[in-house]
Design a protein around this ligand. Structure first.
Ligand code: GLN
Length: 446
């Protein structure tokens, strides 16, 4: 009730929620109370959370930040939603996001931009900006997000919270509205590494209904939190500290790294020589996959349908013209172009080859270091309206986050400090399935 009141008081300014499910939340809280009274509580029993509005929720609208799905009420829960409900969490609602998770500022939502709680003139980052803002403002202690190209880590950095993008395949994608299927991954956003570990314990695991989810056993992600850092080798990619990084942000990151060094870690310079390929590679692969995934929104099966179509062609074109926003249309155009006959070899195939080089760079580094660290974003949160009319400037925001998705690696953002009163995130990147190590390092920043 306290948090629902708080959402009522503050969210008209922040716009971090698209839907608040007050009644269901109170019923779920009562149920949790009974479990507590009966002595059957687990670590997440009764813990209020929110889900990014990309996760399907049975009987609760799942808009994906789009007019296209404004009226879509799924008949089932995403696996992650079910796992967290089974663990006893109480869902307070669905959080705002960039339309179909495309964006780095949360300005692409059909429901309007989200404001950064640290300063309402700033963006919260995107695309999981609603979840990040809600956690930062104390509207919920934790929330889910998805990260296709930084969408958990960058908003976590901009809002001064902790976010974890797990290894591709660690968390089920069933019931997450698909953006770029080979990159998408759900994960926790919370106030601390420990809270992220508790959530990941519930979210991770094999899902027979998602063939890309792994059968690997789920370790207890809380078990390694206190492990000392002695002997840990942290690689600092020189490409992540060069041109393009805001100077004050760089200093803040260096200070955080010195702190890790003082606790016994060794800092080593490493190289990711194909880093310059990251943005062009991602912005071919992600739109290509998006263009095929979004072909399902045709006005026939679910979601928006235009009024009185004259024929099938008119139904498709007007439905999509009305249902999708500008950035989504731009991605569909880029994606269909890159996949067209005659262009496929020059763009999509080339991008897949570059993707392999990017991944191999990381694997080579991980032969000599345990964790890679650097900034999450080139600077702190920018102003609402500042970059929205320049897509390339917006895509450059993702320069340090995209490679992690292309390589399928786990990545985290932890609060490193403030620059001019704005939060800065330290990014930690681990070996495949080494989330425990990332959480262990991130736990130093509690
Ligand atoms: N900025 C990235 C994009 O627009 C973020 C995507 C994501 O992680 N959902 O594609």
């Amino acid at each position: 009730r306290h948090l629902l009141d708080r959402i009522g008081q503050l969210d008209s300014q922040l716009n971090s929620f698209i839907t608040v499910t007050g009644e269901q939340a109170l019923a779920a809280a009562d149920h949790a109370d009974r479990i507590l009274a009966a002595g059957g509580a687990g670590p997440l029993t009764g813990i209020p959370i929110a889900h990014k509005d990309i996760f399907c929720t049975d009987g609760v609208r799942t808009s994906c930040g789009s007019r296209m799905l404004d009226n879509f009420v799924p008949p089932y829960d995403a696996t992650v939603v079910r796992q967290l409900a089974d663990a006893g969490t109480v869902c307070l609602g669905k959080t705002n996001m960039d339309e179909f998770a495309m964006g780095s500022s949360n300005e692409n939502s059909y429901y309007g931009p989200v404001k950064n709680p640290w300063h309402t003139g700033l963006v919260p980052g995107g695309s999981s900006g609603g979840s990040a803002a809600a956690v930062a403002a104390g509207l919920v202690p934790a929330a889910t997000g998805t990260d296709t190209g930084g969408s958990i880590r960058q908003p976590a950095a901009f809002c001064g919270i902790t976010g974890l993008k797990p290894t591709y395949g660690r968390v089920s994608r069933l019931g997450i509205v698909a953006y770029a299927s080979s990159l998408d991954q759900g994960g926790p956003m919370a106030r601390s590494a420990e809270d992220c570990a508790l959530l990941l314990n519930a979210m991770a695991g094999h899902d027979p209904a998602d063939s890309t989810s792994t059968r690997r056993e789920v370790p207890d992600y809380c078990a390694e939190l206190e492990r000392p850092l002695e002997g840990l080798r942290i690689g600092l990619p020189k490409e992540y500290f060069g041109e393009g990084l805001d100077a004050a942000t760089g200093e803040c990151i260096q200070a955080a790294l010195r702190e890790l060094e003082s606790q016994g870690a060794t800092l080593v310079e490493v190289e990711l020589p194909n880093s310059h390929l990251t943005i062009p590679t991602y912005y071919i692969i992600a739109p290509a996959e998006a263009s095929t995934n979004l072909s399902r929104f045709d006005g026939v099966r679910y979601g928006h349908r235009c009024d009185s179509p004259e024929n099938l062609h008119d139904l498709y074109t007007r439905t999509r013209e009305e249902g999708f926003g500008d950035e989504v249309k731009r991605r569909i155009l880029v994606g269909t172009y890159a996949l067209s006959a005659g262009y496929y070899d020059a763009y999509y195939r080339k991008a897949q080859q570059a993707r392999r080089l990017i991944r191999d760079d990381f694997l080579a580094c991980f032969e000599s270091v345990d964790v890679i660290a650097g900034p999450t974003a080139p600077g702190p949160a920018f102003g609402i309206g500042e970059k929205i009319s320049d897509p390339v400037a917006m895509y450059l925001e993702d320069v340090y986050t995209l490679a992690v998705n292309l390589a399928g690696l786990p990545g985290m953002s932890v609060p490193a400090g403030l620059v001019d009163g704005k939060p800065v995130g330290l990014q930690l990147i681990g070996r495949h399935f080494d989330e425990g190590r990332l959480l262990n390092v991130a736990h130093r920043f509690q």
